[in-house]
Write a protein that binds this ligand. Structure first.
Ligand code: PHB
Length: 542
C-alpha cells in the first residue's frame, strides 16, 4: 500500500447486504475518489485509487459521462456541475440552506467575517452553507467538506446530544485514525489530544449553548459557534459559525465581541424555522427509466444500467420530498419497485440514505455531499463554459466566446471571459479580458435586450423576440458574429455566447440555418450546468 491514501483507515465495515447492487457500490466509489482528487483523475489514477479493474473503471466512467456527471477529457475523467444535482437533492430536501442562508450572509456582511452553517455527519461536521469573505488570510472550507468533530467549534455542540453508541463510534475512529488522515479537508493533527479533552468540551458546550475553536484545525484559524434548534423537536438542526483569523480576533475576543451578534442571528433563524410553511413538493425528475433503456441500447456493454438506475434514485428527493416511501421513489423515477428497493438498501449500507422504520420512509444523509460537491462548489461560469466552447468550436469550425456585461447605460461594455479558437489560420483573435462597447457587438446586444435592462433593451426588441443577435461587427472588417444569451435559474441573461466568423465564409442566412442550432445547443448545455451549480452556491460570472 502506498503511504498516501485517500481511503480512510479500516474502521470496521458492516457486511455488504446480499441485496446490495454491486455496480452501484463501485460507481459511488469512483465518484468519491474523483471528489477526493479535486474533481479530476486520470483513468489509470482511478484504477489505482479504487482498486477496480481498468475495464470496470472504463464502463463506470462512460456510464457517468452518458449521465452528464463526468466528462472524459483525453485520459482524464472530470466531474461536471451536473453531478451537483445529487448534493442539491439533499440540500433542497433539508431546506436549511434555503431558509437560513440569507441571515448567514447578512451576518457575514455585518461583521465582515466568514459565516458558515454545518450539520452533524456521524462523528464529523459537514458544511451546508458558506458566506465567505475574500481575504488573503483565510482558509475557508467548501460546502460539503467533512471535518472531525473534535477539531471544530460545532463538533462539541453536536456531541452534547450524542448517545453512548455515538461516543463509542467516535472513540473507535479516534483509535484507528488519531491524526485524522480520513478527513482530507483538514491537515493531519500532529499532536493528538486525549479523548477526555473533547468529552469535557462537549459537556461545557451543552451547558453554555456555544463553543469555540481556538486553532484546532490550523494555526490562526478561530471560530465561535451557536446551535440552531429545530422548533418542533428542540434538537440541533445545524450550527452557525463565525470564523476569523488571530490576526483580527483571538478566540476569547470572538466570544466577547461577536458571540452576542451571532446569538441574535441564531434567534432570528429559529424564528424563521418556526414560521416556515410546509414546503410545496417540487416535481419529481421526469421519468428516467425510458432514457436509461435507450442509452443501454445505444452504448451496450459500456453502459451500466444498474448504476444509472441507482443514481437516479437520489434525484427523487428534493424540496418537500425529504421523506419518501419505496412507492414514492419508484413512482418518481419510473423504476420498478424491486429496483428502487435494492438501490435504497445499497445506499443505506453506504450511509447515503437513512431509513425511518416507523414511517417506512427514506431520506438522504449529508454524506450525499461527498459525491462531487466540494470541488464543484468553487467553479465559475468561464470554467463551466470552457469545455462546451471548445466542443462548439470543433463542431462548427469557428471561434466562439463567452462575455458578460461589465457596465450599464449608453456606454455599457462587455468583457470576454472565455473563448475557444478555431484551428483556422484566419481566426478571430480577441483575448479573454478584452472589453468592447456592448451595443456594437452581438454579445452585448443580446445582453442589452434582456427585459431586466429595460432602458437599454428598447432598441433591441427584435433581438429579444428572435432570441439571438447577428451582426457584421463595425470594429473589425469582415467579421460576422452570432450570439445567444445564457440565462441563470431565474431566467435572467447573465452572459452571452457567440460564434465569430469571416463574413466571406457564410451568408447571414447560412449563419442562422447552420450555426444557430449548434450555438443554442451549446448554450443549453452550459445553462444546465450553471443551474445545477447555482442552486446552492453563487457562481462567479468572471
Ligand atoms: C468554517 O466555517 O470554516 C469553520 C467553522 C467552524 C470551525 C472551523 C472552521 O471550527
Amino acid at each position: 500500500m502506498p503511504a498516501e491514501t485517500t481511503t480512510p483507515p479500516p474502521v470496521p465495515e458492516a457486511a455488504v447486504p446480499a441485496e446490495a447492487v454491486a455496480p452501484l457500490i463501485r460507481g459511488v466509489r469512483v465518484l468519491r475518489e474523483l471528489t477526493e482528487a479535486g474533481g479530476t483523475l486520470s483513468l489509470s489514477g482511478l484504477e489505482r485509487a479504487t482498486g477496480l479493474a481498468r475495464s470496470t473503471v472504463d464502463r463506470i466512467t462512460s456510464t457517468l459521462a452518458r449521465m452528464g456527471y463526468v466528462r472524459l477529457d483525453g485520459r482524464d475523467a472530470v466531474t461536471t456541475p451536473r453531478l451537483m444535482e445529487l448534493g442539491n437533492a439533499y440540500l433542497a430536501a433539508l431546506r436549511l440552506p434555503a431558509l437560513l442562508s440569507p441571515r448567514a450572509d447578512a451576518l457575514a456582511d455585518e461583521l465582515d467575517e466568514s459565516v458558515s452553517l454545518a450539520v452533524a455527519d456521524r462523528d464529523g461536521i459537514r458544511f451546508i452553507h458558506q458566506a465567505t469573505r475574500r481575504r488573503a488570510m483565510s482558509l475557508s472550507f467548501r460546502i460539503g467538506d467533512l471535518l472531525p468533530a473534535e477539531r471544530t467549534a460545532p463538533g462539541p455542540l453536536f456531541a452534547s446530544e450524542w448517545t453512548d453508541e455515538n461516543w463509542r463510534a467516535w472513540r473507535e475512529r479516534r483509535a484507528a485514525d488519531p491524526v485524522n488522515r480520513g478527513f482530507s479537508a483538514v491537515p493531519p493533527r500532529e499532536l493528538p489530544f486525549p479523548d477526555s479533552e473533547f468529552e469535557a468540551r462537549a459537556a461545557q458546550a451543552g451547558r453554555d449553548g456555544w463553543a469555540l475553536d481556538d486553532q484546532l484545525i490550523e494555526p490562526g484559524l478561530v471560530a465561535v459557534s451557536v446551535p440552531v434548534r429545530d422548533p418542533r423537536t428542540g434538537r440541533i438542526a445545524c450550527v452557525a459559525n463565525v470564523v476569523s483569523h488571530t490576526s483580527r480576533h483571538t478566540a476569547a475576543d470572538l466570544r466577547d465581541t461577536l458571540l452576542p451578534r451571532l446569538r441574535a442571528t441564531v434567534a432570528e433563524m429559529e424564528r424563521e424555522l418556526a414560521a416556515a410553511p410546509d414546503p410545496d413538493p417540487g416535481p419529481p425528475p421526469s421519468g428516467s427509466a425510458a432514457w436509461i433503456g435507450a442509452s443501454k441500447h445505444e452504448l451496450g456493454r459500456e453502459f451500466i444500467e444498474s448504476l444509472a438506475r441507482g443514481l437516479t434514485v437520489l434525484t427523487a428527493f428534493g424540496e418537500g420530498r425529504a421523506a419518501l416511501t419505496l412507492t414514492d421513489v419508484a413512482r418518481a423515477t419510473g423504476l420498478a419497485r424491486a429496483t428502487a428497493r435494492r438501490a435504497l438498501i445499497t445506499y443505506e449500507h453506504l450511509g447515503l440514505v437513512r431509513g425511518q422504520p416507523e414511517s417506512r420512509t427514506f431520506g438522504l444523509t449529508p454524506r450525499v455531499l461527498s459525491l462531487g460537491f466540494p470541488p464543484l462548489s468553487r467553479t465559475s461560469l468561464p470554467r463551466i463554459a470552457a469545455p462546451h466552447l471548445a466542443d462548439l468550436s470543433a463542431r462548427v469550425g469557428e471561434s466562439t466566446a463567452l462575455a458578460v456585461l461589465v457596465s450599464s447605460g449608453p456606454t455599457a461594455e462587455i468583457q470576454y471571459t472565455a473563448r475557444a479558437v478555431s484551428p483556422r489560420i484566419m481566426g478571430v483573435d480577441i483575448r479573454v479580458g478584452t472589453r468592447l462597447p456592448a451595443a456594437a457587438t452581438s454579445l452585448g446586444r443580446v445582453l442589452l435586450s434582456d427585459p431586466e435592462d429595460s432602458a437599454a433593451s428598447a432598441g433591441f426588441a427584435r433581438v429579444r423576440s428572435q432570441g439571438y443577435a447577428l451582426l457584421d461587427e463595425a470594429w473589425e472588417d469582415g467579421l460576422r458574429t452570432l450570439a445567444v444569451p445564457l440565462r441563470d435559474r431565474t431566467g435572467r441573461a447573465v452572459a452571452a455566447v457567440n460564434v465569430a466568423l469571416h463574413a466571406a465564409g457564410r451568408t447571414a442566412e447560412e449563419c442562422v440555418a447552420e450555426i444557430l442550432p449548434e450555438l443554442r445547443l451549446t448554450a443549453s448545455r452550459i445553462e444546465q450546468e450553471l443551474h445545477a451549480a447555482g442552486h446552492f452556491t453563487r457562481v462567479p460570472l468572471l
